[in-house]
Structure formats: structure tokens, C-alpha cells
Design a binder for this molecule. Structure first.
Ligand code: SF4
Length: 314
């Protein structure tokens, strides 16, 4: 089966005086229809930049992005436009992603109108159907965003993203700003929609507890690179990269008496303007040894569909 989304050697550098911020520095992954891949890592690791490059909100510096067999990273905007309906995004902040003066029918109906998919009474009927899909009543369409709670606003954001009938939904920290109980409801909504609509979900998040609940596969990013990729079960039960182990050891457990070997990472994430030589993680890795400081580890297969970039796996 051909993947719906293929990202190969993606690079995004932001030039600045005296150098460049190397936000994404050679990222590759695939995503199938109906699959969820979570891109995880600390803030500043480049995961949101990857999402923005896939959506072509940013133009990649190098590499390839292929959607349903068509390369989109180099397409001129005019030819990209009709393809945009196939990939939609839900952002973190439902407060700022909705225009406060725009009624819900106009917010959700905008992409329907823009892509020439519906107008007039048909558009209102489509919006009512989309509201129903996200668990809101049809009467919500004539109200303004401030009349809704944060969770309801995120439901409106999801309905808007679903409006043009995408194949790929990118959720960029889409539940991070929500309260715990609301977060769970939105995650369940996303999982239900994915199962029903066969969506591919690229779920960008720093929250591994949420990721474990909803994902099929995980790609862990550190300083612009993917350091480990695996199925959910393998990654959470037997992580191979020291950075993944450290991230997992920091996830809160429901039972405070449960034993856990916590790995506390030393120091801050180095600047993406000048990533450390050798393994980029060596300045914080509890297992680092001499070779790590000079030689960059090559990603290797360490199990079925499980890849890690660490000299300890060589
Ligand atoms: Fe740690 Fe070395 Fe492995 Fe990098 S290559 S993760 S520094 S042990």
C-alpha cells in the first residue's frame, strides 16, 4: 500500500544574521490512510515546523513532501490550492484560530465556500451535519465563538477542519490548552472521527500520556531530527533511545506508589542555531560516551518497524 503522506529528508532552516536556526534537519516518515502517527518531543524540537512544512504554511529548505503520490513541496501555490482541501489542521488555541466576529456557520462554511463545495441552504445543511459530527447542536451555527467553552470551540475548530473532507488531519498540540476532562473528550472525538472517516492523523504533541491513548505509531524528535520511530506498544513498553526513555520516565503515573526509575535530563535543549557535534543528544544523555561526542549515530532497525539512532544500538 502506498502511504498517503511521505516526508523524505525534510529540512527547514530559518536564516538569521550570522547563521541559521536549523529547526528541522533531515526528517523522514510515512503515514498511511486511517493511521495516527504522533510526532513528540520537547518544545523547540521542530515538530510543529514539520507540520507547517507538510501543510506548506512554510516552504521547506530541502527534502520532499508527497501527498497521495503527488509531490507538494515544490508545487506553485496556484496548483497547490485545490490540494489543500485534502490536508487540514487543528491548532492548539481555539480562541485565536476562530475569528471572534464570525458566526459559527461562517467559520465552518468558509472552507466549503472557498473550495466551491456548497453555498446557501446546502451550506447550512452541511454545517449542521458537521456540528453533529463533533457533538454540537445545529443551533450553534448562529452563535459567536465567545458564547462557547474552550472544549466547544475546539469542536468547532475540528468541524471547520473536516468541512472540505480532508484525507489528512494535522493536530498541532490540539488538546494541550484544554482541561484534563475536556482533553479526554476531544481525544475520544478525534479517535471516533478517524475510525469513521478513515482519516490519517499527524498528531503533534509533547504529552506522551495522551499520545499513548490514541496513536498507532510514534516518532520522537530531538533538535530537528527523529531519534526513534516505533509502534505504540513497542515504544511505550521497550523504548530503545535514551531520550525516549527519559521522556517516558517523566510521564506522570496514576499510582503514586508505583515504582519508576526516573531519568532526569540535565540542562536545557541546546540551541538549534548550533546543534552539538556527534549525537545531538550527547550533552544531556546519561549514557553518553566518547564516540557520541564526535560521531553522529545512524538510524538503525532495532525491531520490526522500530528504528533508533543511538550508538548503543549499533
Ligand atoms: Fe546517548 Fe550516545 Fe546514544 Fe546519543 S548515541 S543517545 S549520546 S548513548
Amino acid at each position: 500500500m502506498t502511504a498517503l503522506l511521505e516526508v523524505a529528508g525534510l529540512v527547514k532552516h530559518f536564516p538569521m544574521r550570522g547563521g541559521a536556526v536549523r529547526a528541522v534537519d533531515g526528517v523522514s516518515f510515512t503515514l498511511d490512510r486511517g493511521e495516527t502517527l504522533s510526532l513528540v518531543g520537547e518544545s523547540g524540537c521542530g515538530k510543529s515546523t514539520v507540520g507547517r512544512c507538510v501543510l506548506r504554511l512554510l516552504r521547506p529548505t530541502a527534502g520532499q513532501v508527497t501527498l497521495a503520490g503527488q509531490r507538494i513541496d515544490t508545487l506553485p501555490e496556484r496548483r497547490l490550492r485545490p490540494l489543500r482541501r485534502h490536508m487540514q489542521v487543528v491548532f492548539q488555541d481555539p480562541f485565536s484560530s476562530l475569528d471572534p466576529r464570525q458566526r459559527v456557520v461562517d467559520a465552518i462554511g468558509e472552507p466549503l465556500r472557498n473550495f466551491g463545495l456548497a453555498s446557501g441552504a446546502a451550506l447550512r445543511a452541511r454545517v449542521a451535519g458537521l456540528l453533529d459530527q463533533v457533538g454540537l447542536p445545529a443551533a450553534a451555527m448562529d452563535r459567536l465563538p465567545h458564547e462557547f467553552s474552550g472544549g466547544q470551540r475546539q469542536r468547532i475548530g475540528i468541524a471547520r477542519a473536516l468541512a472540505p473532507g480532508p484525507d489528512l488531519l494535522i493536530c498541532d498540540e490540539a488538546v494541550s490548552a484544554l482541561d484534563v476532562s475536556v482533553k479526554a473528550q476531544i481525544v475520544n472525538l478525534l479517535m471516533g472521527l478517524q475510525a469513521r472517516l478513515g482519516l490519517a492523523l499527524l498528531f503533534i504533541s509533547h504529552d506522551l500520556a495522551i499520545v499513548e491513548h490514541l496513536t498507532h505509531r510514534v516518532a520522537v524528535m530531538y533538535l530537528g531530527r527523529i531519534v526513534e520511530t516505533a509502534d505504540r506498544a513497542a515504544l511505550f513498553a521497550a523504548p530503545r533511545h535514551p531520550y525516549t526513555r527519559a521522556l517516558l520516565s517523566a510521564v506522570p503515573v496514576p499510582d503514586p506508589l508505583a515504582a519508576r526509575n526516573r531519568t532526569v535530563l540535565r540542562g536545557d535543549v541546546p540551541s538549534p542555531r548550533s546543534p552539538p557535534p556527534g549525537c545531538r543528544f550527547h550533552t544531556r544523555c546519561p549514557a553518553a560516551f566518547d564516540r557520541c561526542r564526535t560521531e553522529e549515530p545512524v538510524p538503525r532497525q532495532v525491531g520490526p518497524g522500530h528504528i533508533a539512532a543511538c550508538h548503543l544500538e549499533a
